[in-house]
Design a protein around this ligand. Sequence first.
Ligand code: AMP
Length: 587
Amino acid sequence: MHYAEIADIYEKIEATTKRLEMTDLLVQLVKKTPRDLIDRVVYLTQGKLYPDFVNLEIGVAERLAIRALARASGWPEEKIEENIKQSGDIGETAQKFIEMKRQITFFQQPLTVNRVYDTLDKMARATGSGAVDMKTALLAGLLSDAKPKEAKYIMRTVTGSLRLGVADMTVLDALAIAYGGSKEARELIERAYNISSDLGRVARVLAYEGIEGIKRFHVIVGNPIRPMLAERLSSPEEILEKLGGKCIAEYKYDGERVQAHKKGDEVTLFSRRLENITDQYPDAVKLLRTHVKAEEAILEGECVAIDPETGEMQPFQELMHRRRKYGVEKAMEDYPVSLFMFDALYVDGKDLTLEPYPVRRRFLEEVIEESERIKIAKSIITGDVKELETFFLEAIEDGCEGLVCKSIHGDSVYQAGARGWLWIKYKRDYKSEMTDTVDLAVVGAFYGRGKRAGTYGSLLLAAYNPENDTFETVTKCGTGFTDEDLMKLPELMKKHVVEHKHARVNSLIEADVWFEPAVVIEVLGAEITLSPIHTCAMDLVRKGCGLAIRFPRFTGNYRLDKAAEDATTVNEIAEMYQRQLKKIAEV
Ligand code: AMP
């Protein structure tokens, strides 16, 4: 097949804005394409050489493209550059300069699709010191044999500016019409795409095996599955009703979604957008390699930044420090991650995507050996509105965004690539941001682990309630302490240790060590939230709930000038909560 045939159709596709016409043109193209080329043609039509999850790009900078065009056309680079400034399109400029070619190429070979594809593939794979020269020579060679129109599309393809506007779904429509015909075929083809993310592979199977082959299509370790997405509702009543009265509610962790593909010792991680992000998370890779008890598996989970000292979850922004190509080792130390797994899509030869969620979760539980750093998403099964609400507040306080409530019925399959009502997220539509610091009394402590063994890992802090003369817990704080603070804390607190919870302390949490309220420290948090666990302002804002400070950080100030009774009062905290309560934009 000649590349000119493709270029002709590209030109027509470019001229239309109607999706139906575009589909017709693609159907023509698909029908014209010999089956051994169909995957290549499909990728090329989208300006690519491979499916998105393959980490290879043609990667030609404008400079290099101009040099190759100069070589092929015999015109100086400056002239070409000038023309690009006018046209604003390197493709058009290439078309023009190939038309005005100064030297005639004898024995011009017509370009075949295979030659174009193979050359671009070589360019994509060229690495190392000679790569730029090699790419320039390869591109110049192609352009020398190209007709003006072909040059236009080759140039746009290599510089990543083809943009015919052919969406994945339009290609699927065209494939269905060309090979399948029926509406049922369209659905099967789309599912094949959703579980492989590879239009080329779908097209190839259709071309060789027809719709029967698509029916046999299955997931493969290494081909990412397009993620299932959640709908959203804002009340537990609605959620339970929608999910048939009962559901499994899971913590909605606030991190980055990862789809892990494991084959033996090899682990690949894909992002929600199906980019290969394996290199960003060597620690997560290692966790999966050592804690997944299956030869082959495709599992999903959320990768969350944690405080290296306390093991507590950090807000999503902290994870952004891990989005880097260089200095990964250092970033890994400063911003370690934990994994919270929530789905199993494939385990040792078994495609689970059409199994109901309880079955998939059972597989997940069997396959994951939990540890400090890799866990299965915390969950409850419930049909009770109150229980759901309480679990939601716990999730928020623990640093999560809310809950994802999932159907547990027989039809609760993994809806690859779709947003549906089998998963419903429950997030807050308000937020109470903290701008001021608070002074809190230290009423208890928890022993540290790891680097903090032998000292305290975090402190239980309380606000003062002058009406009852009690101290009501409002947060657990383990962040912001220097090594020096940690050394001197046990010493500083020693004289205040009491055997049991102090009579004036009102706490539902069991601390490892209790103190009489005496020492006050200054703390800044991210926000104040409702809490079923902390007793501060209990029942004041909502029945059965207290208030808590989320993501607290010690500012470094010991308020030695303050007595415990001078700590921020529970009413002040309630006021801060009310005052700062503001609607945030619906996400
Ligand atoms: P959203 O991004 O707000 O549409 O919420 C969906 C995202 O929540 C998913 O893509 C996951 O990254 C994330 N998530 C966190 N915890 C869970 C969980 N337990 N189940 C499913 N998704 C979760």
